[in-house]
Design a protein around this ligand. Structure first.
Ligand code: ZN
Length: 155
């Protein structure tokens, strides 16, 4: 996952399956299945763990890059751009940490048997939506309503 270009995206909780370096194979239901049966839960757990692994690797890489670049430049302009690079890296790292926290919380929901249901109204979030956003806690209707309210507040 490369979050570098999304550093300014305000919603730290947004984690998309399409962010994965390696596309995760989608879930294939065997005929008519119960929603959130053990096989489905195992699928999403694996997907979340894979995302977490990639994020942790990205954090490690950032730390190494920063150590490598910790040269003191004589030119104040170089120093200034180095400083802004570093603060961007730090922001990225902060975002990655938040995403990992979100993944951990989602895995807790799987363990608790709460995964896949809307936090607000209780309906099934749906395989398709979870496949794209495995950390989603709201159904699409509640999410849309939420975003409309946010926009109202922002005005
Ligand atoms: Zn809902």
């Amino acid at each position: 996952m490369d979050f570098r270009y999304k550093a300014f995206f305000p919603n730290a909780a947004l984690l998309m399956a399409s962010d994965l370096h390696k596309p995760f194979p989608p879930y294939k239901p065997k005929g008519k299945e119960d929603y959130m049966n053990p096989r489905q839960l195992a699928h999403f757990r694996k997907m979340l763990e894979e995302m977490k692994r990639e994020l942790s690797q990205d954090i490690d890489r950032t730390v190494h890059t920063m150590q490598d670049e910790a040269t003191i430049f004589a030119d104040p302009n170089d120093r200034a751009s180095q400083e802004s690079d570093m603060s961007l890296e730090l922001r990225n790292r902060d975002r990655e940490r938040k995403l990992i926290k979100k993944i951990d919380e989602t895995i807790v929901r799987i363990d608790a048997g709460e995964y896949g249901y809307c936090d607000s109204c209780g309906v099934e979030i749906g395989l398709k939506r979870l496949e794209a956003r495995p950390t989603a806690t709201l159904c699409i209707d509640c999410k849309t309503l939420d975003e409309m309210r946010e926009k109202q507040v922002a005005k």
